[in-house]
Each structure stands twice: as structure tokens, then as C-alpha cells.
Ligand binder design. Structure first.
Ligand code: 13P
Length: 339
């Protein structure tokens, strides 16, 4: 019998743990490898990700890993399926299933996420390969006169159709409506757009009869735009993020795992830490970070497998810091301790 969706969802936000987003598409991982001067070959991608997945700290701080399809099908250098390495830590494999963004017709400057055609059969195959959850990322851009209602409805409708298909085959959907931090907008404008987007998302999920207990939300934090002259500090970010989520996310949702979205490693940890220290919330508040977990180990690895111990230490440190942030126990002074 398949495990109930709500049990998988709860395990994805187990206390002290969060999700590693290692699902960069081939063009995106190339961009990351370019920053360290490494070539993005299939073998290099495997070695890098295998290094992360073999880090012992996975067991304590990583409840699940989002994979790109290539990795879901891939085996480690010694022939062990990557999925089995992840499961050996008690961590749950998942997969990114959207097919990226395209310009939204008739909406200059706005994007829509593609990938619904044929999704049912792909999801069944991914389940067979060991995935127990799937992720779909929608992108909402803030700018002059945008986002439009057309962009929000197209993207939230697609997220809801994706979520319903996932539940049909026994996969927990991670619904990710990312309001980008790019731009010079204020934190209050980010609040307003995030609130409207999340309202639309939960309306769409209800319309598609998605069972919220078997879902996870992956939102942006409520932040000042990256080019805004006045940057809100951690207390304000935490307060506004929790307030925005309380207004919009039903308490039946078991967990909310934030994306890092271009925040610095420490900001992403600090913001999560203050939320969990200062506020009681009806859902678990945790992480599903890509860059904020990987920037340090990627740099330490530098494309050279001789650096694997240093890279694993860097990954273990960030994972532990974020694990502490989920229980409000993170302090800036802990950043200087060795992993
Ligand atoms: P970042 O944490 O780097 O934003 O990545 C998370 C993710 O999965 C984006 O889809």
C-alpha cells in the first residue's frame, strides 16, 4: 500500500530538518559551475551531487532532496543509484517536474511555467523511480504595473493542476509560487504581491480538489527588493513574512519550506531563525534552499574531487545552521564554530 500523502508531507518537515533543493536544470547548473570554472559535464554534475548526498549530516538535517530528472535516473560512481544514497540517510527523494518558464502571451515582462502536457505519465514513472514528492515552480515578477491578474491566475491554475495530478499518483506536491526579489520595490510591495498570489493559489488548489494535508508550500520570504534603497532587517522580514502567511495559508497545510531566492546564506538562515524564535505558527516553518545550502560547498569543491572533505564540511555546516533555525536556536555566533 502506498504511504498516505499526509505522512510523507509531515516527514518532509520533520523537526530540525529541511529540504535540499538540488534540482537545478542543466542550464542553471551550468551557470553555477561557471562561477567556479568547472565544466558542466554529466560526470561532473554526478560527482558534485554525489558529494552532497554522501555527506553524513544529511541524516540529521535534510528531510528530503529535490532532484532534477537526470539525477533521479543517475547512479553514483560506484553504481549505487543516487536515490538509494539519499534514502540511506532516511531522507526522501523528490523531483522537479515543471519544464521551466516561457514569456506569458500578451503580458510583456511576465512568465508562465510550462510542463502540464503528459505530466500524468511522467509522474507515474518518477514514482516508480523512487520519488515521493514533486515540485513545480511558478515565477511572479514585480515591476511597473505587474504582476497582472492574468499572470497570477495562469500560474496558480497550473500549480493547482500539477498538485492534483501529483496526489493522484501518490506524490506530495511542493507548490512553489516564487515572487522574485529582483527590483527596487519596497518590502510592503512584496507583501502585497505575495498576499494576492497566495490567496489566488489556495483558491485554485480548492477548485482542483487538492487535499491540503498532503501538500507543502514553498514560498518566497517577504523581503525588500534587491535594489531597494532601504533594506528591511531580519525582525521586519520575519514579522511580515509570518503575517502574510497567516493571512493566506490554511492551517491544514503541514509545512512551509522557504526558497532562498538569492538571499545571502546567512540572511536566509537568520530570517528563518527569527521567524521560529519569535512566532508561533500553525504550520512548521523550514527550508528548501538551493543556493543558500550549496554556494559554500560548491565553492569549496571547485570542481576538484580532492576537495570533497572540505566541501562536505561546508555543506554540513550550512545544513546544521538551518536545522537550528527551524527551532529558533540559531545565533550569529554559531556561524564561527566548525561544522
Ligand atoms: P534557491 O533556494 O536557490 O532559490 O532555490 C530553491 C529552488 O528550488 C528554486 O526553485
Amino acid at each position: 500500500m502506498t504511504e498516505p500523502l499526509s505522512e510523507i508531507a509531515k516527514a518532509m518537515v520533520a523537526p530540525g530538518k529541511g529540504i535540499l533543493a538540488a534540482d537545478e536544470s542543466t542550464p542553471t547548473i551550468k551557470k553555477r559551475f561557471d562561477t567556479i570554472g568547472a565544466e558542466s559535464t554529466e560526470e561532473n554534475r554526478r560527482d558534485y551531487r554525489e558529494m552532497l548526498f554522501r555527506t553524513p549530516a544529511m541524516k540529521d538535517f535534510i528531510s528530503g532532496v529535490i532532484l532534477f530528472e537526470e539525477t533521479l535516473r543517475q547512479s553514483a560512481a560506484d553504481g549505487t543509484p543516487m536515490v538509494d544514497i539519499i534514502k540511506s540517510h532516511g531522507s526522501i527523494p523528490g523531483v522537479k517536474v515543471d519544464q521551466g518558464t516561457k514569456p506569458l502571451a500578451g503580458h510583456s515582462g511576465e512568465l508562465v511555467t510550462e510542463g502540464l502536457d503528459g505530466l500524468r505519465s511522467r509522474l507515474k514513472e518518477y514514482y516508480g523511480l523512487g520519488a515521493r514528492f514533486a515540485k513545480w515552480r511558478a515565477v511572479i515578477t514585480i515591476g511597473k504595473d505587474i504582476p497582472s491578474s492574468g499572470c497570477i491566475s495562469a500560474n496558480t491554475h497550473a500549480l493547482a493542476c500539477f498538485a492534483a495530478l501529483c496526489q493522484e499518483v501518490g506524490l506530495v506536491p511542493i507548490v512553489e509560487p516564487e515572487v522574485l526579489m529582483d527590483g527596487d520595490h519596497t518590502i510592503d510591495r512584496c507583501f502585497e504581491v505575495t498576499e494576492v498570489t497566495l490567496h489566488a493559489l489556495y483558491d485554485a488548489l480548492a477548485a482542483q480538489r487538492v487535499v491540503l494535508e498532503g501538500t507543502i508550500l514553498k514560498p518566497n520570504m517577504v523581503l525588500s527588493g534587491s535594489d531597494c534603497a532601504t533594506q528591511a532587517g531580519p525582525e521586519e522580514v520575519a514579522e511580515k513574512t509570518v503575517q502574510c502567511l497567516k493571512r493566506t495559508v490554511p492551517s491544514a497545510v503541514p509545512g512551509i519550506v522557504f526558497l532562498s531566492g538569492g538571499q545571502s546564506d546567512i540572511d536566509a538562515t537568520a530570517h528563518l531563525g527569527v521567524m521560529n524564535r519569535n512566532y508561533d505558527a500553525p504550520w512548521r516553518l523550514s527550508y528548501s534552499y538551493g543556493r543558500a545550502l550549496q554556494t559554500a560547498p560548491l565553492k569549496a569543491w571547485g570542481g576538484d574531487n580532492a576537495n570533497i572533505p572540505a566541501a562536505q564540511a561546508a555543506f554540513a555546516h550550512r545544513a546544521r545552521m538551518n536545522g537550528l533555525a527551524t527551532s529558533g536556536k540559531w545565533q550569529p555566533s554559531l556561524e564561527n564554530e566548525a561544522a
